[in-house]
Write a protein that binds this ligand. Structure first.
Ligand code: MV4
Length: 507
């Protein structure tokens, strides 16, 4: 189906990288490039002119209006800037062009290094059916179902009868939760099948679907891996990503609280097998479902650096962007599986401009105040500054708050401390949600799954914040009233009203 015609690249040195992305991930990539003595080129949309990543780059070029389709998704324009500036490589970050097989090829055709996998690997893993067929040859465990496209309703009924309801119909061109339909019984199957196919056709231009047994309330655990262009692979353990909403992850951690060393090793080796099945090189992530008996099943592979890569960096000490660059330059991995050890525990909270009190709907506005937390074990990957507007054109993530500590409990306490230090005014964020989540019994015990938010979260749990604000408002008005009263009486202000301290509390 896909032809692997690609030649292995041995580039030798790399002098200049164009970062085809924005915000925190553009900053993240450029920081490592700078540490490696590599120059950077930023490309930006008209909405992003004043963003820190534009200033941080050695050179920066506007590539079009705010909408991504007219800026960050314009492959030819980005290639043109790369050519003009003499860049020898392009880092796509995540989203935008990062998993676009044609863009990987277009870079190669233009004599540029795409810092990511080949066109072939992206195509193969982009088709969920091709990915399952490839993985099956390597005995990677999969949910009962099919590795071939379903041709007819009759065939679907036969499969459903064999594996039992509920089943999931998934689009081959889908992924990340897009194009899935749960079917509860035989009666609903025909209708759901038709809808699934027509949705897949309009969303992806490909109506191929396959069927899997529906695993209710699984955990989502993913394995980070690296592969070089010489056939060497390592896995960098797992990330637990079960705390998500609408397929948007909110909290990630490494390691997972549910795996045993044996299962971790088995999953790591399965992930490497998936990578080998498509001749993968670069950084990649293999997603698994884990059921309550710790059976694990291959779901899909993400052929990019992921948002949550930081927790892996914290526990392994590996700079994943640096490794991506070295692999793209044609170098061999400089460490083996045995060299890798997990150290401590890391948690990441995605700080999004969303309102947890209003169904996590995106909140727009100005970052009137923005003070990130600091101190031991705290890493904040952000891309905005105080005073900036959060543009409505892109995703709602403002920053990632990452903490690292000796063990999981200390990491939880550290995250709560960092959330308390984090001061954002002007927009609603997921900060207080994060504090609530990691303090729940379910999270602390490690006994939770992908249904965590719908099972446990009620907006009322966060309204404590508002009560506090009301208390402060009441306190304030009483102080002002007292000051006024004393003035009218011609009295000098008492020490108590002078140093009432409410200003210092910033609330
Ligand atoms: C599933 C599943 C249950 N059973 N497959 C969602 C994202 C995409 N990678 C696959 N997904 C799922 N596939 C079977 N056979 C449940 C999900 C799923 C899910 C997976 C991981 C994290 C969150 C999720 C939320 C809803 C559904």
């Amino acid at each position: 189906m896909f032809l692997n015609t690609e030649k292995v690249i041995f580039a030798g040195t790399m002098q200049k990288i164009l970062v085809a992305n924005r915000g925190e991930i553009a900053m993240r990539v450029m920081r490592t490039a700078r540490e490696m003595g590599i120059k950077t080129v930023a490309v930006f949309s008209e909405a992003d002119r004043n963003m820190p990543f534009v200033r941080y780059a050695d050179e920066a070029y506007c590539i079009g209006p705010a909408p991504s389709a007219q800026s960050y998704l314009r492959a030819e324009k980005i290639l043109q800037v790369a050519k003009q500036t003499g860049a020898d490589a392009i880092h796509p970050g995540y989203g935008f062009l990062s998993e676009n097989a044609s863009f990987s090829k277009a870079c190669a055709d233009a004599g540029l290094i795409f810092i990511g996998p080949s066109e072939y690997s992206i195509n193969m893993m982009g088709s969920k059916i091709a990915a399952k067929q490839a993985a099956k040859k390597f005995n990677v465990p999969m949910v009962p179902g099919t590795e071939d496209p379903i041709q007819s309703v009759e065939e679907a009924k036969e499969i459903a009868a064999r594996i039992g309801f509920p089943i999931l119909i998934k689009a081959s061109a889908g992924g990340g939760g897009k194009g899935m339909r749960i079917v509860e019984n035989m009666e609903a199957l025909e209708e759901q099948m038709r809808t699934a196919k027509s949705e897949a056709m309009s969303a992806f231009g490909d109506d191929a679907v396959f069927i899997e047994k529906y695993v209710a309330a699984p955990r989502h655990v993913e394995i980070q891996l690296l592969g070089d262009q010489h056939g060497n692979y390592v896995y960098l353990f797992e990330r637990e990503c079960s705390i998500q909403r609408r397929h948007q992850k909110l909290i990630e951690e490494a390691p997972s609280s549910c795996l045993t060393p044996d299962i971790r090793k088995a999953m790591g080796e399965s992930a490497v097998a998936v990578a080998k099945s498509c001749n993968y090189y670069g950084a990649g992530t293999v997603e698994f479902l884990v059921d309550e008996n710790l059976n694990f099943y291959f779901l899909e592979m993400n052929t990019r650096l992921q948002v949550e890569h930081c927790v892996t960096e914290m526990i392994t000490g590996v700079d994943l962007v640096k490794e991506q660059i070295k692999i793209a330059r044609g170098e061999k991995l400089s460490f083996t599986q045995d060299d890798l050890k997990m150290n401590g525990h890391a948690l990441e909270l995605r700080v999004c401009a969303e309102d947890p009190l209003n169904q996590f709907l995106p909140d727009t506005g100005k970052l009137e105040m923005y003070k990130p937390p600091k101190g031991p074990g705290v890493r904040v990957d952000d891309g905005f500054e105080e005073g900036m507007e959060i543009p409505i054109f892109y995703d709602s993530m403002i920053s990632k708050l990452v903490v690292h500590a000796g063990d999981r409990e200390q990491a939880i306490e550290r995250l709560c401390r960092a959330i308390d230090e984090y001061y954002i005014k002007g927009i609603h964020t997921t900060l207080q949600f994060g504090k609530w989540a990691v303090r729940t019994e379910a999270f602390r015990s490690g006994n939770f799954d992908t249904k965590f938010i719908e099972k446990y979260f009620k907006p009322e749990y966060l309204s404590q914040h508002d009560t506090e604000a009301e208390e402060v408002a009441a306190l304030l008005s009483s102080i002002i009233w007292e000051e006024e009263r004393q003035r009218h009486k011609g009295e000098r202000l008492t020490a108590a009203t002078q140093n009432s301290g409410w200003k210092l509390r910033r609330r």
